[in-house]
Structure formats: structure tokens, C-alpha cells
Ligand binder design. Structure first.
Ligand code: E4P
Length: 217
């Protein structure tokens, strides 16, 4: 499963990239707004740190406005994936853009039938939001499993990018379901490393080593 970081914070992106496990980055207008930087400047900084798909979202809502905005974003760098909302206008734009070879990430997906439409439109990725579904008492991971089944049934090449991840169990279940990718907040990436038995085990190994005559050479 590919691991993307879900942030527009360059400090977090640098730290995650240094871990050597990062395959890509996803941003959204809320995450970008939090950074208070020029969007293109921010994308340039991210592109310097990560050599993988970087999702940048359009803010237009009409097909005829989404298409030129998406083309402009895609022209910045071949690693840019244009994030487009799962609306009628958005999917019409995805259809045109996918024919031109623009990579797209269809976002704000909350149902299997929406995901079916995204795949038929030619999306490169679809982003189903598991945490936001859990928030309203709907099982977000069931959505992932259903989308994967539909995509397998018809051989769609659209990749399922699990989004709105809130904790390590979401990551575990995404991997068990066979999702292609998960976009994970920095805090959760850090949580994935931790296990108290690892810490205790290492502490004991080092204490035993240091209290003995054992030497490295
Ligand atoms: C990613 O593509 C989404 O923008 C993001 O995962 C949404 O996460 P949230 O529900 O925690 O805001």
C-alpha cells in the first residue's frame, strides 16, 4: 500500500520524507489555507522534497472553469495530480482531463456508486473519506471494501486512495482491504511506528549489553 502524507505543512512533509517511507502527498484547500502561503510557492517547495504524486485541488466548481484550472496545475510538474470534487461538473472535467493525460484524484467520495462514476470518468485516484463517514455513524471502511470489489469486478484501473484517516486502525483496515494507497496525517504516521513492547525490548537489550563485558569489536 502506498503511503501518502495528508498535509500542506512543509515541515511535516520533510520529516515524513526523511523516514524514507513516503510515496506522495495530498493537500486540500483547508490544509493549504492553514499554511498561509502562496499555493504555487507551496507546491514548488513540496515538489522539491517528494518525488511522487502530489495532489493539488482545484477551487472552481463549474466544468468549464475546473478544466483550465486543472490544466494550469498539471502544467507545474508531471508529479502534480489534480484533485477534483466528486460532482457532476467535476466528473465531466475529469472525463476531458483524463483523455488529455492529466492525472486526477477525485475527492469527497462518500458512496460506492460515486466511486463507480469516478472510475468510469477515468480518474487516476478516488479518495473515499473514511473518518468523516465514521463521524456520522457510517462504517467508512465498508465503503473502501465495496469500492475495491466494484473496481475488481470490472477491472477499473482507478486507484483507491483512502482519505480522512484518523488513527492507525484505519491504516490497518485499509491495508487488509487491499487499498492501493492511504493518505495519512503526520501524527498518525508517527503513531504507526510505536509499540510499547518495542521500547521495553530495546531498553532491556541495551541495559543487558551495557552491564556486560560484551563489546562491538
Ligand atoms: C484528503 O484527500 C482529504 O482532503 C483529507 O484526508 C480529509 O481529511 P479530514 O476528514 O480529516 O479533513
Amino acid at each position: 500500500m502506498k503511503i501518502f502524507i495528508d498535509t500542506a505543512n512543509i515541515g511535516e512533509i520533510r520529516k515524513a520524507a526523511a523516514m524514507g517511507l513516503l510515496d506522495g502527498v495530498t493537500t486540500n484547500p483547508s490544509l493549504v489555507a492553514k499554511e498561509g502561503k502562496n499555493f504555487r510557492q507551496l507546491l514548488a517547495e513540496i515538489l522539491e522534497v517528494v518525488d511522487g504524486p502530489i495532489s493539488a485541488e482545484v477551487v472552481s466548481t463549474k466544468t468549464e472553469e475546473i478544466i483550465p484550472e486543472a490544466r494550469d496545475l498539471a502544467a507545474i510538474h508531471p508529479n502534480i495530480v489534480v484533485k477534483i470534487p466528486l460532482t457532476k461538473d467535476g466528473l465531466a472535467a475529469v472525463r476531458t482531463l483524463s483523455r488529455e493525460g492529466v492525472k486526477t484524484n477525485v475527492t469527497l467520495c462518500f458512496s460506492p456508486t460515486q466511486a463507480l462514476l469516478a472510475a468510469k470518468a477515468g480518474a487516476t485516484y478516488v479518495s473515499p473519506f473514511v473518518g468523516r463517514l465514521d463521524d456520522v455513524s457510517i462504517d467508512g471502511m465498508e465503503l473502501i471494501r465495496r469500492i475495491l470489489t466494484i473496481y475488481r469486478n470490472y477491472g477499473f484501473t482507478t486507484e483507491v486512495l483512502v482519505a480522512s484517516i484518523r488513527h492507525p486502525i484505519h491504516v490497518l483496515e485499509a491495508a487488509l482491504a487491499g487499498a492501493h494507497a492511504a493518505t495519512i496525517p503526520f501524527k498518525v504516521i508517527e503513531q504507526l511506528f510505536r509499540h510499547p513492547l518495542t521500547d521495553i525490548g530495546l531498553e532491556n537489550f541495551l541495559r543487558d549489553w551495557n552491564s556486560s563485558q560484551a563489546k562491538l569489536v
